[in-house]
Design a protein. Structure first.
Length: 443
């Protein structure tokens, strides 16, 4: 081409025609959108490294002034391949994978997975009562710690740094208990197929009782700081609206669904781990907005404290792992300076009993146990909604397939419905009310 032709070319024009540089979305949609481009339209990228997107979540916003015309989510920036990796590890090792998915509620991930494996093994009723009660105890403490992060992070994103400080301060009470029980603050690997990795160490019950008392007294501070605060309500009321029809169409569960007034909670509608024997109320609201979801999380923390106290009353002496020694590993562990490890006393006992016992322990640790052919789906009510796991076994020592229905992934679909037609600033509030954790989305 001649120099004159090149000099006359516009910013988007070439001698071959107009050229667009686009990323993401279906190509046909992008072409149509480009043909109808409006100079007033602005495409804004929020994330994946943005302080208001709850992790590595990318939000692509089409805005007209301050109004959001279109909103899309971009995920996959934290992809771990956990589900695929589990196909190359034995059934017990799978626990150390699933606990790292939604890292704010690891004990729900572990329990859902182990319930599914136990169902395939046919040992659901053989799990000791003490182990089941401790599972409920740990899950409800985990629900509180997860909700505290949701409230703290949401407060921080709207400028309430005090709410953030309070939330993370109180979460430390729960994490100290977790560290005492499992040896770690997160990524526990504590719940195992057939029971638990180990029993509660000395001093646990006293620390939990003190923690419950302290947290119950601090629930009042959140009411004073946020619930009736006009500035707080102005940012949340009627923001991120999603009614019952929208929740049903998108499969949203958890606080998002219960904020529409529907008291759907798997602990009541499809009990597991003996939840039918606990007294608690399902927290609901009828606002279908971000403020209602905040109120629900606050009330759920109070109800979880009720359940924790009932768990302490139900704890009776007994084993924490099934009696079948072909499955019951590893239950003899010790909390050392680096977390959990094999109890040296247990190893000495095995080595002193017989060569056969040592060989059995070695094969169980290295190969694992076999699970009968079949497939199951098990769901629990996690802090964010229905956490389901579909497990398939081909009869081997490793899963054939494990797939999770993570509530963060499903609930995140509601982002567009909540945000389109609203203001840019309200996108942050809506996403915070969904409370997605990208470890669960990008598993």
């Amino acid at each position: 081409m001649s120099g004159s032709e090149h000099e006359s070319a516009g910013a988007r024009d070439t001698t071959e025609g107009r050229v667009y540089t686009v990323t993401g979305g279906d190509w046909g949609e992008v072409v149509d959108a480009a043909a109808q481009v409006d100079d007033e339209r602005i495409i804004v990228n929020m994330g994946p490294q943005h302080p208001s997107t709850h992790g590595v979540l990318r939000l692509v916003l089409e805005i007209d002034g301050e109004t959001v015309r279109q909103a899309r989510c971009g995920i996959g920036y934290l992809h771990t391949g956990i589900e695929k990796n589990m196909e190359f590890r034995n059934w017990v090792q799978g626990t150390t994978f699933v606990t790292r998915m939604d890292y704010l509620m690891p004990l729900f991930n572990e329990t859902a997975y182990c319930l599914a494996v136990e169902k395939l093994l046919g040992i659901t009723d053989d799990v000791p009562e003490r182990a089941t009660v401790i599972r409920v105890l740990m899950m409800e403490l985990n629900r509180i710690s997860s909700h505290l992060v949701a409230i703290a992070a949401g407060g921080m994103e709207i400028g309430s740094t005090t709410l953030m400080i309070y939330g993370f301060r109180d979460r430390e009470v729960i994490l100290d208990i977790f560290e005492l029980v499992t040896g770690l603050r997160m990524n526990h690997g504590y719940v195992r197929p057939g029971g638990l990795a180990q029993d509660l160490p000395p001093g646990t019950l006293d620390q939990i009782q003190e923690g419950v008392k302290l947290l119950r007294s601090r629930m009042l501070e959140y009411d004073k700081l946020a619930t009736d605060n006009p500035a707080f309500k102005a940012r949340l009321v009627d923001v991120g609206h999603l009614d019952l029809a929208g929740c049903m169409a998108l499969g949203a569960t958890g606080p998002i669904l219960r904020a529409t007034g529907l008291p759907h909670d798997l602990r009541k509608s499809d009990p597991y781990c003996g939840y039918e024997n606990y007294e608690f109320e399902v927290a609901v609201a009828d606002t279908a907005d971000s403020y209602g979801r905040f109120l629900i999380r606050l009330e759920e923390m109070r109800q979880s404290l009720r359940i924790v106290e009932q768990c302490l009353d139900r704890l009776a002496p007994g084993p924490v792992m099934v009696a079948d020694k072909k499955i019951a590993w590893p239950a003899q562990l010790a909390v050392g300076p680096d977390g959990l490890g094999n109890s040296l006393d247990h190893i000495r006992k095995i080595m002193g009993e017989s060569m056969e016992a040592l060989i059995h322990h070695f094969k169980l640790v290295t190969e694992g146990f076999r699970v009968p052919v079949g497939q199951v789906y098990v769901a629990v009510e996690s802090a964010r909604g229905e956490l389901g796991v579909h497990v398939v076994s081909d009869g081997g020592t490793r899963p054939y397939r494990v797939h999770f229905r993570d509530p963060s992934f499903t609930n995140l679909q509601a982002m567009a419905a909540m945000c389109e037609g609203g203001q840019v600033a309200d996108v942050i509030v809506a996403v915070a009310s969904i409370d997605p954790v990208m470890g669960g989305v990008d598993r």
